[in-house]
Design a protein around this ligand. Structure first.
Ligand code: SF4
Ligand code: SF4
Ligand code: FES
Length: 289
């Protein structure tokens, strides 16, 4: 098909549907990157079909179109969004206010609104959900879109359930199961940038003292190790992550530890600091101020 320079990918899909094959099935509505309905995989990565010019996507005169990942295709490029919406539902995506409704609106300062501004831009397109590598292997993971939506309420100054929310989000399948790959940020067509939002929830969870879980313990142990020696103490971090008195967890670590030992991959018993450790400590001090 001839593709003019100014055609979007969605224009090309429409051209195929309207002139070549009327049975081609996909979703679309606004054609302006607002409604979030036209997300598809292009050359292996999720994107909004109406936001990209087709001529820029062609590789060797070919564009490979596929349905979004991590959801079942229904027909051609249309997928079943039910698992996506189920995960959004799980994070209670609505305000649970601190106080009774006032006579007029609940006021926020510009600074308070700034904390939830980016996550409010999510258009529920599913591009991040499609390409999240944890969702590929763990359907229990809440996923980037639901976690970005969760941050929208965790940091809403009018919400009264912050502690309850971060406790729930710290359970298995929540924030600490993210592998920090950043793929969702690459795929997101808006400033919602889910991984950035996940890091914000992690910070709130630690500030609220929700630390009795492997993920939080791991983050704290990691930071402590770098701060004191400039490098990771790989003997201590796994133990601190599962918890000193979690005997079952410690016992579960044994086979990995033994395999590493017999393959000569165990870290040195005596942990040494790097030469520039004072510089690292200074960076931490500046961050703490
Ligand atoms: S950063 Fe986390 S949520 Fe985002 S794609 Fe990677 S694993 Fe998924
Ligand atoms: S966070 Fe971004 S990529 Fe994910 S659903 Fe929302 S707009 Fe789409
Ligand atoms: S058609 Fe609405 S976002 Fe593409």
């Amino acid at each position: 098909m001839d593709v003019q320079e100014d055609l979007t990918l969605l224009d090309c899909m429409n051209k195929i549907k309207w002139t070549l094959d009327g049975s081609l099935t996909y979703r679309m509505s606004c054609r302006s990157a607002i409604c979030g309905s036209c997300a598809v995989k292009v050359n292996g990565h999720a994107t909004l079909a109406c936001q990209r010019q087709a001529a820029h996507l062609a590789k060797d005169d070919t564009i490979v179109l596929e349905p979004l990942g991590n959801m079942k295709p229904i027909k051609d490029l249309a997928v079943d969004f039910k698992p996506f919406w189920d995960k959004i539902d799980k994070v209670k995506p609505y305000l649970q206010p601190k106080q009774k409704a006032p006579e007029k609106e609940r006021i926020q300062s510009p600074e308070q609104f700034k904390l939830i501004d980016d996550s409010s831009t999510c258009i529920m397109c599913g591009a991040c959900h499609s390409d999240c590598n944890v969702l590929e292997v763990d359907e229990n993971f809440l996923g980037p879109a639901a976690l970005a939506k969760a941050q929208r309420f965790v940091q809403d100054s009018r919400d009264g359930k912050t502690l309850e929310r971060v406790k729930n989000l710290s359970k298995p399948g929540g924030i600490w199961d993210c592998t920090h790959c950043g793929e969702c940020v690459e795929r997101c067509p808006k400033p919602a940038r889910p991984f950035d939002r996940i890091k914000e929830i992690m910070t709130v969870a630690l500030e609220q003292g929700v630390t009795n879980n492997n993920g939080a313990r791991h983050a704290l142990s990691f930071a402590k190790s770098v701060k004191s020696s400039g490098r990771l103490n790989e003997n201590i971090i796994p133990v601190e992550s599962v918890g000193f008195f979690n005997f079952k967890g410690l016992f579960d670590l044994l086979p990995v530890g033994l395999r590493m030992f017999f393959k000569g991959k165990n870290p040195p018993i005596l942990h040494k600091s790097i030469d520039e450790v004072e510089d690292v400590k200074r960076i931490y001090m500046e961050l703490d101020e």
